[in-house]
Design a protein around this ligand. Sequence first.
Ligand SMILES: C[S@@+](CC[C@H](N)C(=O)[O-])C[C@H]1O[C@@H](n2cnc3c(N)ncnc32)[C@H](O)[C@@H]1O
Length: 349
Amino acid sequence: MNDDSPKPARRIRYKGTHPKSFKEKYKELHPEQYAQDVAKVMQQGRTPAGMHRSICVDEIMEFLNIVPGQIGLDATLGYGGHSLEMLKRLVPGGRLYATDVDPFELPRTRERLELLGFGPDVLVVKEMNFSEIDRIAAEAGPLNFVLADLGVSSMQIDNPDRGFSFKVEGPLDLRLNPTIGKSAAELLTNISRYDLEDLLIVNSDEPYFEPIAHAIVSKIAKGTAIVTTTQLQKTIEEALEPIPLDNRKEDVKKSCQRCFQALRIEVNNEFGVLDRFLEKLPDVLAPSGRVAILSFHSGEDRRVKKSFKSYFREGIYSEVAPDPIRPSAEECNTNPRARSAKLRWAIKA
Ligand SMILES: C[S@@+](CC[C@H](N)C(=O)[O-])C[C@H]1O[C@@H](n2cnc3c(N)ncnc32)[C@H](O)[C@@H]1O
């Protein structure tokens, strides 16, 4: 029989744990529809792809002490886990402003929270860098609380198109907002060996900064492109070939983590925008307003600590965290991404 009618569209088959491309992973792209699979993955101490597990939620909520009617800001909306907890506490009468620079994940999170009953009357989401926190305060008035959960979300890391992970092939991008600025690949194209060494030292204390910078810059000078995640990973591996075989695998992995982090910090100007955010914070907080900052990198934590202490000495903050709060051992066991987290807080005088 000759049947010319078009075949019905088929859902792409989910091939267990190894679908060919991220776009085929419909479970990861819509985790909310697969509650059982998500629960199973979390029980195994892993983060389901396409989701982000919020860190130190209890500790943050206890400190922020949000009550109905308050107005606050979640400066790093991400998957919206912290926002959701804040929203539950500030209704009725309150309002949450939430910012993120990610133009892809932000609308998905807004929609998810709206489906949970938090529409624009209580949740105002803005695609904006938190360095412009003064613009939020100009609209919202003095803020009772602010949270910043720095760095990247698991959704960003898991999506190969974003280039955050050296474990999967993807464009070497690393921008939180890929529609502005230069990608990591573009940055490498024109960087000098000296500037690259400096970047690797300042942004992530890379001990092998010399051979790695040399390998990258000479490869590009010879006309070999480094424009994908695995091309960079391979270059780092080649640069570390002189390391004895026993330690090499682990050293290469750690250097890859640090180099990707250093490039991410650079292309997103992460230290610069954090400095601006910290400078502006006292002016946007209401008297007795509370701020909590969760950081994952010593360069970030140092900045937060220095700023909080300096404003405390000036009497602008009445109280600051004497020491950083760390996630519980239980949280670190069930969510390894929590292990490097440090939480600091301050209260406006
Ligand atoms: C660790 S995730 C936040 C996760 C979130 N707390 C949750 O519970 O799902 C960090 C988020 O901050 C965003 N981000 C990083 N730097 C930013 C900045 N300067 N301004 C606004 N958003 C930023 C990232 O795009 C990412 O979505």
